[in-house]
Design a protein around this ligand. Structure first.
Ligand code: NAP
Length: 479
């Protein structure tokens, strides 16, 4: 297991010599002692990325694709080891961790190809003696700050487009989950990625590390996935050196079920969207809006399915819902449930912490709340836990108004069989992603990202690589 910083192609201890302990949130067992990188290490990593940039950007895209493709293969080769590491550090069930390895690898594979299609443009000039060209050039070194909830995929989703575009990168993984990022770095080296193209600086002092991404002219792009609160801080910091930022921030997804929906599909979709990663997913359904005609049947079926979920250690056979990442996470879930109950919501199943033999106190029983109203906290804030609050609505315009009544705008879902309604809703929902009868819309080839307080920029799709490219307009007098 790699536990040191990865800088300039080598695993090196933190310059301070300090380490910190990564613990399994399921049982508090120490997983590893990891180098506690700080500002000096971040500066060294930025210097390594800046030094590697000229050669990497001049490498043909077709050649840059080779180590990325090879890394994809190595991730599949080591899928079981990576999944186990991921489950240990973030607590998610092994089955989900395996899916994350494949999803994470898909970004490298897809961008290895997309990097070959960074085409320029020629523009017909009004002056016949001129030729007008638009070149798309890699913007420079890039930095990535990633969260703990997808320790593999949030790294590769940033790394794939950056490296395929010809940028080099420094990654600062979440302090709870640095091991997956370091494992990817080791595989990248094995895949033949040149030294300095990818660097990883784990550490406890995120603000100090991040500051080194904004205090120089080498880092031209910072991609962040995490909370809206930290996203705002980074957006402010980006101003001094006018650094481009992509922000994938918090969500508060509505999951709308209309009377004409296929109810079995809606319940299955609700389960997939809500309880993945114990509800700690930025795009997971955070509030269920269900039309009056199917409300009771939906609540009944959802309650039965949620009550049957198996809670436990992510590495134990059959576990479907693991622990929350930390004490603050479980306390927030408890507070949201208590607030809803105090204001008249009914607990249909769950509602309390769950006891897991030998486990920590961070397990929360998968919960369904009915009788939820828009004034309750769970309806207004991201819960980020295994709680499904259900609220009834009467008309399509009510659903739309309730769904859009939030500063967040990452993902929204609707279940209906009415084609015209699908188009109306898809156009009017103020969200960057709309899942229509589809609880899992994220994929490497489509643009993922939010509007309003959910962020700026897109990851995935051909749009994702644009974030790392500068347009260079060339006006060429030929006569
Ligand atoms: P977070 O506290 O914002 O942390 C995310 C990353 O930012 C971590 O690496 C963290 O480092 C770092 N960080 C914390 N404070 C910082 C600062 N002042 N300056 C620079 N970096 C800083 O978020 P989280 O609790 O890990 O993740 C949960 C949030 O992420 C949720 O709101 C969720 O919706 C959102 N999320 C969004 C997406 C998306 O694609 N839109 C995907 C996943 C998650 P440390 O770990 O060292 O503190």
């Amino acid at each position: 297991m790699h536990t040191n910083c990865f800088i300039g192609g080598a695993f090196v201890p933190a310059s301070s010599g300090r380490t910190f302990t990564v613990r399994n949130p399921a049982n508090d067992a120490a997983v590893a002692e990891v180098a506690d990188g700080g500002a000096a290490d971040a500066r060294a990593a930025v210097a390594a990325a800046a030094a590697a940039f000229p050669a990497w950007k001049s490498t043909a895209a077709i050649e840059r694709a080779k180590p990325l493709r090879r890394l994809t293969e190595l991730m599949h080769r080591d899928a079981e080891r990576l999944a186990d590491l991921c489950s240990q550090e973030c607590g998610k069930p092994l089955a989900e961790a395996r899916t994350e390895v494949a999803y994470g690898a898909s970004f490298l594979e897809w961008y290895a190809e997309e990097g070959k299609r960074v085409y320029g443009e020629t523009i017909p000039a009004s002056d016949p003696a001129k030729r007008l060209l638009v070149l798309r050039r890699p913007c420079g070194a890039a930095a990535a700050i990633t969260p703990w909830n997808f320790p593999i995929a949030m790294v590769t989703r940033k790394m794939g487009p950056a490296l395929a575009a010809g940028c080099t990168q420094v990654v600062k993984p979440a302090e709870q989950t640095p091991l997956s990022a370091l494992a990817i770095a080791a595989l990248a080296a094995e895949a033949g990625l040149p030294a300095g193209v990818l660097n990883v600086v784990p550490g406890m002092d995120a603000p100090a590390i991040a500051a080194c991404f904004f205090d120089n002219l080498h880092v031209r792009h910072v991609s962040f996935t995490g909370s809206t609160e930290v996203g705002r801080i980074l957006l402010r910091q980006s101003a001094d050196n006018v650094v481009r930022v992509s922000l994938e921030l918090g969500g508060h997804a509505p999951f709308i079920v209309f009377d004409d929906a296929d109810l079995d599909a809606a319940v299955a979709g609700a389960m997939a969207s809500k309880f993945r990663n114990a509800g700690q997913t930025c795009v997971c359904a955070n509030r269920f809006l269900v039309q009056r005609g199917v409300h009771d049947a939906f609540v009944e079926r959802l309650t039965a399915a949620v009550g049957a979920l198996k809670v436990g250690d992510g590495r134990a056979a059959g576990t479907q819902v693991g622990p929350m990442i930390d004490d603050a996470g479980v306390a927030k879930v408890e507070a949201h449930v208590a607030d809803a109950v105090a204001h008249g919501a009914q607990v249909r199943t769950g509602g309390t912490r769950a006891q897991v033999p030998g486990g920590s106190s961070r397990f929360f029983a998968p919960t369904v709340l009915s009788g939820v109203t828009p004034s309750m906290r769970c309806f207004r804030e991201e819960t980020f836990g295994p709680v499904a609050p259900v609220c009834a609505f009467e008309t399509e315009s009510d659903a739309l108004r309730m769904a859009n009544d939030t500063p967040y705008g990452l993902a929204g879902y609707l279940y209906t069989r009415d084609g015209a309604r699908i188009m109306r809703m898809a156009e009017e929902l103020q969200y960057g992603i709309v899942g229509v009868n589809d609880p899992l819309p994220a994929t490497a080839q489509a643009p993922f990202g939010g509007v309003k307080h959910s962020g700026l920029g897109r990851e995935g799709g051909h749009q994702g690589i644009e974030e790392y490219l500068d347009l260079r307009y060339v006006s060429w007098r030929v006569g």
